[in-house]
Structures are given as structure tokens and as C-alpha cells.
Design a protein around this ligand. Structure first.
Ligand SMILES: Cc1cc2nc3c(=O)[nH]c(=O)nc-3n(C[C@H](O)[C@H](O)[C@H](O)COP(=O)(O)OP(=O)(O)OC[C@H]3O[C@@H](n4cnc5c(N)ncnc54)[C@H](O)[C@@H]3O)c2cc1C
Length: 399
């Protein structure tokens, strides 16, 4: 699958951070992780730290799938508002999903304390009512989140104007967001595991996966084999071929980043900003004094159409930004686009499929892909090390 356009900002900014050899010969290991994006790296990190022997393989270079294109806002807010999610999956599971996302951001922050190159930074998150009519639903959302113990503030028009400078009827303001550099983090996680003996092979495409009674066997494009007790599939939006049912819809999404500004203060605490409209516009800042904007999603997944649309979408993103912050002279420095998956309820798919007890999926589909990947890593580690997980059913394939 063509996951993204050729030049996402993070790849241009960081280059190829590290590259690894391809699989040199047949090997045995305890766990093999297929996919070295943020999902695979987080899963591998958790498994290594739990003392397991882990091998990671990727058909591309590490992090060069969707992860290199990610705008990497870390939000506990799932694309489906809590009020809607409660109606879809029940209030208990909806609340638990939100709270797990909240916890994941903190957990990731702890991991990143030792990985400064990942650029993890706590940021508040602002969701504004795109239209006057959205304010009433946003108010219900505010109450629903408060009721499950999430700390957030309701901002009236005046306060939005005072803090952010733009005119919107209402907004939710929460302390609990963060930003990260997903591509750098992916490399940092794998590098951090080297003392645990992790082996990483890039340019190793797995062509077939066979599940045996006591483990799995992977066959690479050149015929070399990996035998393992357990397999984690973290192939991002390309994981569909390993699942009998269709669980995701692929769309296209777009992002632009400004030239660096002279100052690094843009709006109230450089919060993450997003909105109630769908598809939503979202904004963050970067450590090198840029503003990053994403959104304007299309329903199609055709990479040629995506590439063709990119310039127009970049102009549209700039123009939407200009309406919010007319005083900031945003000049696009880089633009890119990528595939993007959503699910029926906005929740990820994590865990195994019936009849395949040795294979685990870490499919963080949705706007909170990275937060979901963090949750997936912990849940899969608990499963593989034989610990009970009361939340295991929340993101199962049979929900
Ligand atoms: C433009 C854009 C903006 C985004 N913004 C955000 C955001 O703000 N916040 C957020 O949380 N999420 C965001 N996301 C989503 C997030 O980036 C993804 O959820 C995340 O990067 C997925 O990581 P992954 O490791 O699952 O997939 P990937 O990064 O795609 O990694 C999967 C890897 O599997 C490998 N692979 C596939 N098949 C095989 C095979 N057969 N053999 C070997 N290797 C294989 C691929 O080469 C790839 O490297 C955004 C996505 C895009 C495109």
C-alpha cells in the first residue's frame, strides 16, 4: 500500500536516523514483531523490558510507514465523542476507553523521560465548537467527561477569545495532551532495547505467516524463515491482509508545516487545537518554532488522487488557519499526505483472533493512533506474559 507521499516533514527533518540489516538467515526467537513503526516499536520495547527475546522486522526502513507522516498530537479524546461512544459500546466501555487513553499519555511520558530525542512535551488540548450549533453537544460532552472523572474546563466565548484570540462560541480545555516526534520516538525505542538483545531487520518483507500448534513461522520474500513462540502484527494500515474481516476504512489526510517563526509562543500555552467539525482541522507547534496543521481529509484512499489533491489541500489548510489566526503569517514550508484508517466506533483493534492464539494485533486505527499503540503495547505484553487484563475485551475483534 502507498501509505504516504514521499516527503513527510519528519523524514526531511531527521533523515534516516538508523538503518538495520535485512534478515541474514533463518532464525528462532521468542517473539517476532512484524512492523517497525510506532506500534511495533512500542510493543517490542514493552516485550524486551519484560525480559523476552524479541526480533522486529520491517519491509521498509524503520519508521518509514505512516509513522514518518504522523503529526503526532497525543490526545485522550477519541474521534468519537464520549457521549456518542457510550451509545455505541455502552457507558462502561466508553468511559474505560477514554480513561485508558488518558493513562497512555502519562505512561508514554514516563518512557520518554529517558528518550529526550522523542520530543515528548505535555500540552493542553483545546477543542472548540466549529459552529454555534455545536456548542450544545459540546456542553453535553463536557458533562459526560467530568462525570467519569476527567479534569477539563468549559470555556465561554469570552475566554476562548481572551486565551486564543479567535471567536468561537465555546470550547473544552483540558490539561492532558502532549506532543511527540513519532518517527524519532520509534527509533529511540528500538535503540533503547539493544541492551536487552533486540534484533531489528529492515528491508525484510514477510510474505507468509503460518500458525502452528506451538508457535508461528514467518516466511520472508527471499525464502528465509523466522520461527517464534508468539507474533505481534503491527503492520499499520497494511495489516488488513492478515484479518478475515474488514475492520477499517481507509481515507486520505493532509498536513502542512510552516517555516520556522522567530518566536516560539503562538497561542495560549501552545495548546493542541482541534474542533467539533468533521473532518476536523487540528494544530500543534513543533520544537523548532513551526506550526503544524492537519486535516481536510478525503473519503478516498487512491494515492494518485491524494498526491494530486495535495497542493489544493495545503492552500485550504493555510486558509483555514488564516481565519483563526490572521495575525500569524503562516508560510507553508512542507506539505504531505497519507492514508488514514478509521473504525466503526473510533476504537482500535488489539489482541488475537479466534483460532490463532499465538498471533496478536496492535492496530491503533483512528485519530489517536499513537495513544492506541501505547495501549496495545501494554495489553499485548500482559497477554504474552500470561497476566490477566480486565480491559482485554474492549478492543477485541468480536466487539
Ligand atoms: C498525516 C497523518 C497524521 C496523523 N496524525 C496523528 C496524530 O496527530 N496523532 C496520532 O496519535 N496519530 C496520528 N496519525 C496516525 C498515526 O500516525 C498512526 O496510527 C501510526 O503512525 C501507525 O503506526 P504503525 O506502527 O501502526 O504503522 P506504520 O508506521 O505504518 O508501521 C507499520 C510498518 O509495518 C511494515 N509492514 C507492513 N507489512 C509488512 C510486511 N508484510 N512485512 C514486513 N513489514 C511490513 C511497514 O513497512 C511499516 O513500516 C496520523 C497519520 C497520518 C498519516
Amino acid at each position: 500500500m502507498d501509505l504516504r507521499t514521499d516527503y513527510p516533514f519528519w523524514l526531511l527533518d531527521e533523515g534516516i536516523i538508523r538503518s538495520y540489516p535485512s534478515l541474514p538467515h533463518d532464525i528462532h526467537t521468542e517473539v517476532v514483531v512484524m512492523g517497525a513503526g510506532i506500534s511495533g516499536a512500542l510493543a517490542a520495547w514493552h516485550l524486551c523490558k519484560a525480559g523476552l527475546k524479541v526480533v522486529v522486522v520491517d519491509k521498509r526502513h524503520v519508521g518509514l510507514g505512516s509513522t514518518a507522516a504522523s503529526t503526532a498530537l497525543l490526545q485522550y479524546e477519541i474521534d468519537t465523542p464520549l457521549t456518542e461512544l457510550s451509545a455505541k459500546v455502552g457507558p462502561r466501555d466508553a468511559a474505560r476507553s477514554y480513561l485508558l487513553c488518558l493513562q497512555s499519555i502519562s505512561d508514554l511520558g514516563k518512557i520518554c523521560q529517558k528518550l529526550p530525542e522523542a520530543g515528548f512535551k505535555r500540552r493542553p488540548s483545546l477543542q472548540y465548537a466549529s459552529f454555534k450549533k455545536d456548542a450544545a453537544d459540546l456542553r453535553k460532552e463536557y458533562k459526560a467527561r467530568k462525570a467519569i472523572g476527567i479534569s477539563l474546563q468549559w470555556l465561554e466565548k469570552e475566554e476562548v477569545k481572551n486565551k486564543f484570540g479567535f471567536e468561537k462560541d465555546a470550547a473544552l480545555f483540558s490539561r492532558d495532551g502532549a506532543e511527540v516526534k513519532a518517527y524519532s520516538l520509534t527509533h529511540a525505542l528500538l535503540h533503547d532495547c539493544r541492551r536487552q538483545g533486540i534484533r531489528v531487520y529492515d528491508h525484510t518483507e514477510i510474505k507468509s505467516v503460518v500458525e502452528h500448534r506451538r508457535g508461528v513461522e514467518l516466511i520472508a520474500a527471499d525464502g528465509k524463515r523466522i520461527k517464534a513462540r508468539k507474533l505481534v502484527i503491527a503492520c499499520g494500515y497494511e495489516s488488513g491482509v492478515y484479518i478475515p474481516q474488514k475492520v477499517q476504512t481507509i481515507h486520505s489526510t493532509y498536513a502542512i508545516v510552516s517555516e520556522p517563526f522567530e518566536n516560539d509562543h503562538f497561542w495560549f500555552r501552545n495548546s493542541l487545537i482541534w474542533e467539533t467539525a468533521r473532518p476536523y482541522l487540528y494544530l500543534r507547534t513543533t520544537p523548532d518554532k513551526r506550526i503544524l496543521i492537519g486535516g481536510k481529509d478525503d473519503d478516498f484512499s487512491d494515492p494518485r488522487k491524494r498526491q494530486k489533491s495535495l497542493s489544493g489541500k495545503a492552500r485550504a489548510l493555510e486558509s483555514s488557519f488564516g481565519k483563526l489566526f490572521p495575525a500569524l503569517d503562516f508560510k507553508t514550508d512542507f506539505k504531505w499526505a497519507g492514508a488514514f484508517a478509521s473504525t466503526k466506533d473510533g476504537l482500535p483493534y488489539i489482541g488475537s483472533l479466534p483460532g490463532r492464539p499465538h498471533t496478536y494485533f496492535a492496530l491503533g486505527f483512528g485519530g489517536n493512533g499513537i495513544t492506541f499503540s501505547m495501549m496495545a503495547a501494554g495489553m499485548i505484553e500482559r497477554s504474552i506474559t500470561g497476566r490477566k487484563d480486565p480491559d482485554a475485551g474492549l478492543f477485541s475483534f468480536s466487539r
